[in-house]
Design a protein around this ligand. Structure first.
Ligand code: MN
Length: 255
């Protein structure tokens, strides 16, 4: 009998735009070799099938079906496609709201899309969503509270930048938080990350948007460093922090 390669991951990147790198396929190989359980998020429903094909034989890469709030102004018409594809996946993202100055004009459309996505996820049940909440944490949480009961799906707040009280509210709503290297380089966000419950933490790169030393972050190269920084912040050993994050991922996918 051939020895089986381990399917147990060592690391977690719960939010990475693999399809926005020039070497998408190479990244999948790297994630499999290094044992990084990676959630490849998509920004439009049209991008989903190709992502799924490329990751079909991957041990550690999973693909999420998304419609990015920053693209809703041009892509709202793809919402019916997202609804049709939803049955084929457990993972949804990137979705959410963005009230930053560049995207505020489409905020009403963003809310229509996000609410519909939450309703559809709730109808089907068992989905795991990676959610963007720039300058809109309160609204994001209110929609989740109304439309996605905790027994119908689980939200991972990606690159969370809300206040301590918003973080507490998110925890009460059952949310997880995926932490990237950029969050750990800001004093305010470090304090917030230090205060989050240990059993709700995951890691992410949000590559290629997050850069390290002038180049886009990569899951296999950079997640171990993020885990190390997180461990320092939370006064754990890097091994403890890594084990905690893997155990959190397990808990999340078991729900
Ligand atoms: Mn993203």
């Amino acid at each position: 009998m051939k020895p089986q390669k381990s399917s147990i991951p060592k690391w977690v990147d719960f939010h990475c735009h693999l399809d926005l790198y020039p070497d998408h396929e190479r990244l999948i190989v790297e994630c499999d070799q290094a044992g990084v359980a990676t959630l490849a998020v998509t920004t439009t429903p049209k991008a989903w099938r190709r992502n799924r094909e490329l990751a079909a034989s991957s041990r550690h890469v999973r693909v999420a079906l998304g419609l990015h709030p920053q693209l809703v102004a041009e892509r709202e018409s793809e919402l019916p496609l997202l609804e049709r594809l939803l049955e084929e996946t457990r993972y949804v993202g990137e979705v959410g709201l963005d009230a930053g100055p560049q995207f505020y004009r489409s905020f009403e459309a963003q809310e229509r899309v996000f609410k519909r996505v939450l309703e559809a996820c709730s109808e089907q049940g068992g989905k795991i969503l990676t959610v963007h909440s720039v300058r809109s944490v309160g609204k994001v949480l209110s929609h989740i509270e109304r439309l996605l009961p905790t027994d119908r799906g689980t939200v991972v707040l990606h690159w969370f930048t809300g206040s301590p009280s918003e973080a507490r509210r998110a925890v009460e709503l059952g949310c997880y938080f995926s932490i990237n290297s950029q969050m750990l380089s800001s004093a305010r966000h470090r304090n917030l990350v230090a205060s989050l419950p240990a059993d709700r933490l995951l890691t992410e790169t949000d590559g290629p948007f997050v850069q390290i030393e002038g180049r886009p972050t990569r899951p296999a190269t950079d997640i171990p460093k993020t885990v190390q920084a997180l461990a320092l912040l939370r006064e754990q050993s890097p091994e403890q922090a890594a084990a905690q994050i893997i155990s959190n991922l397990r808990g999340l996918v078991r729900t």
